[in-house]
Design a protein around this ligand. Structure first.
Ligand SMILES: [Fe+2]
Ligand SMILES: [Fe+2]
Length: 156
């Protein structure tokens, strides 16, 4: 996530993270309740998890205003995030886990370095394809503009 531009943007980021976490945490708790045969508790956790998604999406609307985004910008933001994860965040976490002798966490972080790198690569591939599409569209636009210009000159 980018550095927030104001205290409220920082709060929105924290709220977005909290609601997103609650969603996954409740799905996790639901699995535990289900494993214990407590279907009622599992159902309540699953139902609440769905609502947390809506809360997180509400915050996302303010953090990433749809009017300011298109698929290309969204891909760029996603690449930025995944690149931060595999170049800075997870390597630092992995290093600390190794230092602490927590091999389980170290293994998990190492896996996430690979996963984030893969995600960044997939987004970048699609962005490159989209770039070609945008370039082709721009050429068509340019041709139309030239034709329009010629017609204007002919008419004049
Ligand atoms: Fe919530
Ligand atoms: Fe990822």
């Amino acid at each position: 996530m980018r550095t927030p531009t104001s205290p409220t943007m920082a709060n929105l980021q924290a709220a977005f993270a909290g609601e997103s976490m609650a969603h996954i945490k409740y799905l996790h708790f639901a699995r535990i309740a289900r494993a214990h045969g407590d279907l009622e508790t599992a159902a309540l956790f699953e139902e609440t998890a769905k609502q947390e998604v809506q809360h997180a999406l509400g915050h996302a609307d303010l953090l990433f205003p749809p009017a300011s985004l298109d698929p290309r910008k969204a891909l760029q933001l996603a690449i930025e995030g995944e690149t931060h994860e595999y170049t800075e965040m997870y390597p630092a976490f992995h290093h600390a886990a190794v230092q602490e002798g927590n091999s389980q966490a170290a293994g998990e972080f190492a896996e996430q370095i690979a996963e984030s790198q893969q995600h960044a690569a997939e987004f970048a591939t699609l962005l490159a394809k989209a770039a070609k599409r945008f370039a082709a569209l721009a050429k068509v636009e340019e041709r139309h503009a030239q034709q329009y210009q010629r017609r204007l000159q002919a008419a004049g």
